[in-house]
Design a protein around this ligand. Sequence first.
Ligand SMILES: Nc1ncnc2c1ncn2[C@@H]1O[C@H](COP(=O)(O)OP(=O)(O)OP(=O)(O)O)[C@@H](O)[C@H]1O
Ligand SMILES: [Mg+2]
Length: 315
Amino acid sequence: MNYAIETTDLRKSFGDTHAVDGISLSVAKGSVFGLLGPNGAGKTTTVRLLATLLAPTGGSARVLGHDLLTEPAAIRSKVSLTGQFASVDEDLTGTENLVLLSRLLGHSWRGAKQRAAELLAAFDLAEAAGRQVRTYSGGMRRRLDIAASLIVTPEILFLDEPTTGLDPRSRNQVWDMVRDIAAIGTTVLLTTQYLEEADQLADRLAVIDHGRVIAAGTSRELKASVGSGTLKIHLQDAAQRAAAETLLTSLIGGQVQSTTEGLSVQVADTAKAMQVLHALNDSGIAVAEFSLGSPSLDEVFFALTGKPQQNEVAA
Ligand SMILES: Nc1ncnc2c1ncn2[C@@H]1O[C@H](COP(=O)(O)OP(=O)(O)OP(=O)(O)O)[C@@H](O)[C@H]1O
Ligand SMILES: [Mg+2]
């Protein structure tokens, strides 16, 4: 068996809401798999289904060789989930949280204390170990949360948006942790709203929208289908937007996305980007600012669906 997770037409509806609407995917053992999608895409629901916290309303799945419907207990004993929102107790210290969870998982007092100390050290929380979690920063909480999922090394770790809301430094720390976890052979399925995160961590990824997979493959494959770079252009004179759009369309042959700041197009390489900027200049269209970077999830969505990603209104 080479797959840690295999789902076939997996579904979960809440009344009329088809949160997971027929998802089929395979996650290789020992790999990091990224589930990428905007708010309300069905990421959390998918993860909760696979971690046996929710029962599917249709389809099937095998997790570590066990059937999701008939052997949930066997799955539950081998997987761990770090939810989207912190699950640690604010009133307890870092050590107390981990010791409590270790005890619940059957460690002796001594074993629990030892495991807590190991994890706190590994997650750079040794200094804060004796402080109440309410005094922790967002990044520290997140690290403690992930540490809590690793008290017993799981065969699969589900991480639901591990870095949403973290600053770049904390995000990097979490990324390093995910790499360490993967390095010891644990299969990681993470959800994210950031293409860059999936790009950094995931061997393969699936983009989901409205409970369905709209694209899947390696990050490289996905980007190749989208264009390797996004050229964003901010015009000096907004009145020239239409002219710029026409020019870009004829040069690129692809879709030109209108953003609040200006225009954005997918370009194959820097040479193409230069060509675009020269052409604008030659046509007397003044560029106030431009940037060339990796496509964002928004741009991937635009390339895949031809429409901007529709974020659900934040609940
Ligand atoms: N318990 C529930 N009852 C009713 N509807 C639900 C429930 N859980 C999720 N939904 C709905 O299912 C859809 C998918 O939600 P889900 O939480 O899986 O999205 P998500 O991709 O995790 O989004 P986010 O990025 O905001 O966390 C949404 O429309 C949501 O409102
Ligand atoms: Mg979610």
